[in-house]
Design a protein around this ligand. Structure first.
Ligand code: F6R
Ligand code: ZN
Length: 194
């Protein structure tokens, strides 16, 4: 049997409506300027950074649980609503560093989609609505996209050793982009540049 770090059982409070963990150990804040290179319309992103003084794009709240086999890590993810040009706000998206680890996303508030893909070129888009739970299978990169007009809030639970691999995503993107055009959501196939 593998030895793992002993962690005392604990409880923590989450404000489901505000989408915040009340006593996080880690608070990741991604601003619009952290999203350079991710959206189709780079000019529109620069304009947002200039005009709105680099607003918060999304936040992740976590407890400091050892990143090791046997533990479960969890986070509250809060993605702001909005568009860059016509493209809906989204998270960077990642594979797990230990690719054969899954993740559960429970959507708590807002509306949007989870865009997923594999290294073999498969892709899947799943709606995210309150009380809907998504199983993100091992090997699938995942990104959440907010198509609504309030924050998209989810609780994420994943194996301690999973880690994050952002590597190829910034360059290659995913296989779909999601736009809001004349008030309608459009999911468009995206051909990554060679
Ligand atoms: C953890 C996980 C979420 C995301 C969060 C932010 O494995 O999937 O906690 O980390 O939604 O997205 P990224 O990490 O892609 O910026
Ligand atoms: Zn993940």
């Amino acid at each position: 049997m593998r030895e793992i770090t002993k962690v005392e059982p604990f409880g923590t409070d989450i404000d489901l409506n505000a989408g915040v963990m009340k006593d996080p150990d880690v608070h990741i804040l991604r601003r619009a300027s952290d999203m350079r290179g991710y959206y189709q319309d780079g000019e529109a992103l620069e304009e947002l950074i200039r005009k709105e003084e680099d607003p918060v794009h999304y936040e992740v709240f976590e407890k400091d649980i050892p990143e090791e086999y046997g533990q479960l890590r969890f986070s509250v993810s809060k993605l702001q609503p909005g568009i860059i040009g016509e493209e809906c706000f989204m998270t960077k998206g990642h594979y797990h560093s230990v690719a054969q680890t899954a993740e559960i996303y429970l959507c708590l508030r807002g509306e949007g989609y989870m865009v997923m893909k594999t290294l073999e070129g498969r892709s899947k888009v799943e709606p995210m609505t309150p009380e809907r739970l998504l199983y993100v299978s091992p090997y699938w990169a995942h990104r959440s996209v907010n198509t609504g007009n309030e924050p998209l809030i989810s609780l994420c639970i994943y194996p301690g050793e999973a880690g994050h691999n952002y590597g190829g995503i910034e360059k290659e993107g995913f296989l779909q982009r999601i736009y809001l055009r004349d008030g309608k959501v459009e999911i468009v196939k995206h051909k990554p540049s060679p």
